[in-house]
Ligand binder design. Sequence first.
Ligand code: AMP
Length: 466
Amino acid sequence: MDKSVGKAQKSGVKLEKFQTPRGVHDVLPDDHAYFTIIKKVVRHRARQAGYRRISTPVIEYKDVFVRGVGESTDIVEKELYSFSTKEGGDEYALKPEGTAGIVRAYIQHGMGSLPQPVELYYIEPHFRHDRPQKGRYRQFFQFGFEVLGESDPGVDAQIIQLAHLVYSDLGIADRLSLQISTLGCSECREKFINDLRDYYIGKERNLCEDCVRRLQTNPLRLLDCKEEDCKILAENAPKFKSEICDECKDHHQKVLELLDAIDIEYIENDSLVRGLDYYNRTVFEFWDKASGGSSSVGGGGRYDGLVEQLGGAATPACGFAAGMERVVALMREEKLMAPDKDHIDVFVAQLGFEPKKVALQLLTALRSEGVHALGAVGKASMKAQLSKADKFGAPFALILGEVEVREGKVILRDMKSGTQEVIPIGKAVAQILKRISKDRLDTYDPTKELKKDNSVKPEDELLIRD
Ligand code: AMP
């Protein structure tokens, strides 16, 4: 223990017990079993479809999000964590979503000159100053897919299919309903927004405070407000689908037909607008059937104007993002247990310093064969060490005392039956390997995967890339 803490406690000074701030959470080892399987599934399905992984920084210039996500969106207006640099001047923000940063990276690294479309996926933390509640955090993890450089409806359908496949692999697809709509292009959107304003004029008294403001700044958001009175008005509001231009209608129809062709079920939902300004044409969300739109488990759509808006060449694009905490919550509700490979198979107990040396050598040998092994620390009695082995759930213990070491022997104990046998130290690893099943071994060897290649240049180093 830190000595100053001991002193403070003795002198009666009350020490503050730190907790995570409101709305953020630790990802504990048990949660990581779920995060790991999600990451594996995402990586597997993404690779199958030709995607490569990208990570953008947690901090970006605030303008990336203000211009990208939209000034009058809730995300930027209310939920952005932003701050100035110590020197003053530059305003930064923590990323609230993945798309704007990826588009910034696409432009910055000249990805427009790569074969198109560029397909990227990510698994990253995001930050929003949301009101904390179940399924709504201030730091949360999302996985997502982005396809840049292709306008064909086949991209929209494939991204939706990819999301569906991930949910399906994770055992929660049946819990979800795919809601889909279209927001048209910028021209049909302008016309539609005017019609919406006309419709709402004179009805302001029945709108919530936010919607009265949104009527000026972002009228589309009135369609997905969760307030009861606003919902009733939204039901009778003009419908996007009936007002969009022929090209947008054709795109939407083709997306739906392609989804039919690959057996993806969907519900057409006219009031789906998504909370981010960059979307056009296809928008979609996966809702938990039990709780509807209040708990979307993922969503996405087309953002054909965003690359240009952030300073790049006109580049059509489409993407999807899902909240990992919400996926985990649904997996748990479905009683799905994530595979947990953090088991211990052997506990190496020792009594004395010489035995500890041999114990360390044994641990090294066991681990290099892929056996999960623990022990060789402390001065506890043999009884206490064996009780520890039990608590860690180790099926076997190897026990070394001064006598055993002198004789080149070790005691192998079956923790369940309590039976013990004395074996030569040199045979201990082989005896353990005989007793535990192969699927419990961790035999990953990264040295087999790393190859020397003279085409690797120093400037490929991440840190000095400009
Ligand atoms: P969005 O692009 O805002 O629809 O977010 C995509 C997905 O991220 C949502 O469907 C949620 O699953 C998840 N998500 C968004 N905000 C939060 C939050 N504050 N806490 C946890 N998950 C979130």
